[in-house]
Structures are given as C-alpha cells and as structure tokens.
Design a protein around this ligand. Structure first.
Ligand SMILES: *[C@@H]1O[C@H](CO)[C@@H](O)[C@H](O)[C@H]1NC(C)=O
Length: 340
C-alpha cells in the first residue's frame, strides 16, 4: 500500500485567547489513517475514502492513465515548491478560507475564481446539503457563492483541521494564468451588470492609469481597458494597499499549494476528465455529473492572445513576473504569443 503524503500537518504553536497561530509542520505523515473514519455510501456499506482510493493501488485499469498524469502533476508541483520556496511559513486560519470541506465524502476543495468554481461549489452543495438539491444546475449561480452554504476549513478547530488535512482528498483546479486573467477582466469589467466592480475597482483604475479621464468615466468606472487593468495589477501601490481581489489573486496565494499538499491538481484545460476523476475517487460518479458548459464565450488562448497583443513587452514581462509562481507550480509556460 502506498502511504499518502500528509496534508501538511498543522501544530498549535500558541494559543492566546482567540488569537491562535498555526505552525505548519512539513514532515510527511508517516502513518496514514487507513480506517480512521470510514464514510458510508448511500447503500450504507462502508467504503474506502477518496484518499485511499487514490493511493491504494488497485484501481480499475481505465483509471491508471488518469492516475499517472495526476501523479506527474503532483510531483512537478512538489519539485517546483522545493526549488522556489525557501522558508517554512506559518499558516493561519485566515489562509484556509478558500478550502471548502465535505465531511460526508472526505473532500477538501480549494476554490479558485474563474476556474469552474461555481460548478464545483454547486457539486459540493449537492454532496453536502442532504437532499435539498440533486441536480447541480438547479442551483442558481448566485446561491452557489453565498457564504455559509458551504463550510470552509477555517471554521474548524486546530485538531479538526489537522485531522481533515491528513485524511481527506484535497483537490484544486487551476488554469493558464493569463487566460484566467483575461477571463476575470472580461467578466468584471466588460459586463454592464457588474456595477459593484466598476465602482470599487474601475473608478480607481481610471483615476490612476488614464490620462485626462472624462468625468463620467471617473464616476462610473465602467470602461476600463485591458491595458489599464494590467497597469493596475503591476503597480506596486495596488498590493501595498490591500490584497488583490480573489478573481485576479494568484492561486499560490489563495490556496497555498506549497504548504497544503494537494492530492489532485485538476486543470481547466482538461476540466471534464479531471472533474470526472475526482467524482470517481469520491465514489459519486454515478450520482452526479460535472456540469459541462457549452458556453461559446469561454476565454481561450486565442482570445487571450488578442488581448495581450496590445500590451507592451515591458508590461507583459512585469505581468509574467507577478504570476510567475502560478506558471511554475502548475507547469504552464510563457504563452507563445508573448515570446515573439
Ligand atoms: C508539463 O508540460 C509539458 C508541456 O506542455 C508537458 O509535455 C508535460 O507532460 C507536463 N508535465 C506534467 C508533469 O504534467
């Protein structure tokens, strides 16, 4: 039997009233919890947890190819982390706010906006919400994002967090960083209904990065150009003032992939088979299908290339440096359209 690598073990370092600091402990877990908390399938029979299903060798033949590519991504991530992060870092509960927990199926999912996260949240609502919904697509998108509909790891106590990191299947879905960025820009700045983003970010971007803006643009913030958005991202003041909004924050910062050892790294570029693999490991592939979006407006490489054509090489380089860790950790290369 293969022993799963640990979830990254959290030890309680100090506990001062409500302030507690969690110390991340890099040691691989030497002992898995094979029968720690066997979950029940709908038929009431004890079954293996998703984590056991992933690491315990005897999968069906057609899973093997998929398993191998998942293993390759895990190893690449591990190597990249070793090569590019120097210090052990301290994790706090605040760092675990993007990790959604499904206690029933022993799953932890770190959500990354613009990487099919609405559909993953819908799936997890069906899995955790005891029968209220059976079809993910019955759940309106805005309801999937209501905080409180799903539990996050940050809500648990330190021993509860440790137990879950050790024994649950932890998964994440990532995407080419620049395609994700173009997708975020299109969604938040080119759709007239996103007035909250226009007010909150658009007005500031126009004030700082446009010469002689019209008073109306300054007031509404609804016509930010992509190059202005890029200038905003690479402006050192931006991150000094507050963290990036989660729609353009780096996966490295949202999900801490060098501190939390993800068992499955899914990719948006192979969303359907990767989602299917996770559902299969969770033992729910016959109950649920990952919603496939037939959206023709999806941002792809060609579209990203069109947006980047108007960005100067200097700013392309700055932007690449900003998202460098996401490129390295998840095996994305500098896009072709930037190299020329
Ligand atoms: C990394 O990306 C390259 C180029 O796309 C690919 O050939 C290789 O298989 C990838 N490696 C892993 C471990 O996914």
């Amino acid at each position: 039997m293969r022993i799963p690598r640990g979830g990254g073990r959290l030890l309680l370092a100090t506990c001062l009233g409500s302030l507690f600091v969690l110390l991340l402990y890099f040691q691989s877990v030497t002992k898995a919890e094979p029968e720690g908390n066997p979950s029940l399938s709908r038929t009431g029979k004890s079954r293996r947890s998703p984590l056991q299903a992933l690491y315990n060798g005897d999968q069906q033949m057609d899973m093997l190819a998929a398993q191998r590519s998942l293993q390759g991504r895990r190893e690449l991530l591990e190597q990249a982390c070793l090569g590019h992060t120097r210090k052990r870092r301290v994790l706090s509960p605040e760092d675990l706010k993007h990790l959604i927990v499904d206690d029933k199926h022993s799953l932890i999912y770190c959500y990354v906006p613009k990487v099919a996260c609405t559909n993953w949240k819908r799936i997890l609502m069906v899995l955790t919400n005891g029968g209220r919904y059976s079809d993910p697509l019955d759940i309106p998108a805005n309801e999937a994002h209501v905080t409180g509909n799903l539990r996050t790891l940050s809500e648990f106590t330190v021993p509860e967090i440790n137990h879950r990191l050790r024994s649950y299947l932890k998964f994440i879905f990532v995407r080419d960083p620049f395609e994700r960025l173009v997708s975020a820009y299109r969604n938040k700045f080119t759709r007239s209904y996103n007035t909250a983003f226009h007010k909150r970010y658009g007005t500031k971007i126009i004030r700082r990065h446009r010469k002689d803006p019209e008073p109306e643009a300054l007031q509404k913030g609804d016509d930010v150009a992509f190059h202005e958005f890029v200038q905003y991202l690479v402006d050192p003041r931006t991150q000094r003032e507050e963290p990036f909004n989660e729609h353009w924050e780096r996966v490295h910062t949202l999900c801490h992939p060098c501190l939390i050892h993800y068992d499955v790294v899914g990719k948006y570029e192979t969303l359907e088979p990767d989602a299917q693999a996770v559902l299969r490991l969770a033992g729910v592939e016959n109950l649920l299908h990952f919603p496939t979006s037939g959206k023709s407006t999806r941002t792809d490489g060609n579209m990203a290339a069109r947006f980047f054509k108007h960005i100067s090489p200097l700013y392309q380089k700055k932007l690449f440096n900003l998202y460098r860790m996401d490129f390295l950790l998840f095996n994305y290369s500098m896009p072709d359209y930037l190299r020329s």
